[in-house]
Each structure stands twice: as C-alpha cells, then as structure tokens.
Write a protein that binds this ligand. Structure first.
Ligand code: ADP
Ligand code: ADP
Length: 232
C-alpha cells in the first residue's frame, strides 16, 4: 500500500545543506500498522512528510496504492492526497469552526453536496464517539477529544492510508491509550493502513504490527513487533 524506494531528503543548499534522510526503502502492506521510532532529530517527520509529499523528496519514488506521487503535478497530487489522511501532535483544528464543521471541511473541498456531507459527518462523529460534541468549538474540548475530531476529519474523504505524526505525544498516558485503542479499532473495522512516527516505545508495543528504528536519517533495523520484543 505504501512503497518508498530510495527516498532521500536534503534541506537547504551548499554549505548549509542537511541530509535529513538518506536513501530509504520502506514497504507497508495493506491493513498493517507500521511504526517508525527514533529520537528527536532522527528524521521521523521528514520521512512521514515525504509520504504525502508535504515535503518533496530529493530523490526516490513514493508509491501509494499503485500511484507514484513523487512524479505527480501539484494538481494531480491534490487528488492523490485524498487517499492519505494525516493527524498531528497538535491536532491542527480550525478554531473558528465547530467539531462538525472541522470534519466537514475536506468533504466541502471535495465538492460533496450538503445532505451527503451531513450524513457522513454524523457517521464519523459516531465512529469517534463525539456525537454529543458536534456543535462545540475546539477550545471547549480536551486534548483527547481534539484528536478524535482530527481523526474523524482525516477519515472523512475515506483515505486508504492514515499517517500519524506523534499523534499521542501531547496527551496524558490514559488519553494516549484511548486514542491508540480508537486507531486500532479503525484499522480493524475499515482495514485502514496506518504509518505512524513516535519517540515512545509504548506506542509501538501497544498497536504496531511492524516497527522500524530510525537513527541519523537511516532506517537501521526493522521487523515484526512481536519478534523485536522477544529478542530485546
Ligand atoms: P524528527 O521528526 O525525528 O525529530 P526531523 O525530520 O524533524 O526529525 O529532522 C531531521 C533533521 O533534519 C534534523 O537535523 C533537523 O534539524 C533537520 N530539518 C528538519 N526540517 C528542516 C528544515 N525545514 N530545514 C532544515 N533542516 C531541517
Ligand atoms: P510538530 O510535530 O513539529 O509538533 P505538527 O505535527 O503539529 O508539529 O505539524 C507538523 C507540520 O505539518 C507543521 O510544520 C505544520 O505546518 C504542517 N501542517 C500542519 N497542519 C497541516 C495540514 N492540515 N496540512 C498540511 N500541513 C500541515
């Protein structure tokens, strides 16, 4: 479902150039939850942002569900990105929009009609357990509730892949567990493929099927989570 081949990223030019990611191969199969773990500055954000072309890779190909995004024009990318949802550490909700309006945003951008949007928003609110909060504003929500809204918004266009950028790093341990349980349930029910980055081993242990360790811009080891923890 996600196939990176020789993807690398250099920021800047000349003397100030930083090789944030050395040529990297990564395969994530359909329905898998794949975690990339590493310390701050290891290249996790760069890697995950190359998957949806928020960063243009310096080299390599990024194939999502059979389509090579790295060679697409911005216009085609806009369409391809509907296959890829993303959630962030700091949620990135629009503060001037209610919960329901935040979730509706990608559907409005995709040009769905009002009735269809309302129906889909209701389904998504049920999925993430926020029916009661549809008309609240983000400032009235807890961190866990905000991340539930962000998950619903990411799932609105029915993506094939969900990218999670330190999605639980701003949450307390109990809330982290409830968000991870929600992601696992979504993975099971919808067959959604999930790629996440984290600096927390617990996140990997709790929900990932496979894990890769990233260090200084290189994937230094990868394998099944069960194997990792039986040989650690
Ligand atoms: P992580 O997400 O693991 O903390 P990043 O991918 O953010 O790592 O960063 C990897 C390396 O690339 C770091 O050395 C960082 O300073 C550098 N870097 C990240 N973003 C930029 C940027 N926009 N411009 C220059 N250097 C960057
Ligand atoms: P960090 O991981 O550094 O705490 P975030 O995970 O919140 O920050 O955001 C990562 C990056 O993604 C930021 O540079 C931000 O500008 C960008 N970003 C945030 N929201 C969106 C979005 N909806 N679409 C595209 N890029 C975004």
């Amino acid at each position: 479902m996600i196939n990176l081949t020789a993807v690398s990223k250099v920021y800047g030019y000349g003397d100030s150039a930083v090789q944030a990611l050395h040529p990297t191969d990564l395969q994530v199969k359909r329905g898998e939850i794949f975690g990339v773990i590493g310390a701050s500055g290891a290249g996790k954000s760069t890697l995950i942002r190359c998957v949806n072309l928020l960063e243009r890779p310096t080299t390599g190909s990024v194939v999502i569900d059979g389509v090579d995004l790295a060679t697409q024009s911005e216009r085609d990318l806009t369409l391809s990105r509907r296959k890829i949802g993303m959630i962030f550490q700091h949620f990135n909700l629009l503060s001037s929009r209610t919960v329901a309006e935040n979730i509706a945003l990608p559907l409005e951008l995709a040009g769905l009609d009002k009735a269809r949007i309302a129906q889909r928003v209701t389904e998504l609110l049920v999925l993430v357990g926020l029916q009661e909060r549809a008309h609240a504003y983000p400032s009235e929500l807890s961190g866990g509730q905000k991340q539930r809204v962000a998950i619903a918004r990411a799932l609105a266009p029915e993506p094939k892949v969900l990218l999670c950028d330190e999605a639980t790093s701003a949450l307390d341990p109990q809330t982290t567990q409830s968000i991870l349980a929600l992601l696992k349930e979504i993975n099971r029910r919808l067959g959604l493929t999930i790629l996440l980055i984290t600096h927390e081993m617990d996140v990997v242990k709790t929900i990932c099927d496979k894990v890769a360790i990233i260090h200084d811009g290189r994937l230094v080891e990868q394998g099944e989570v069960a194997w990792f923890f039986s040989h650690a």
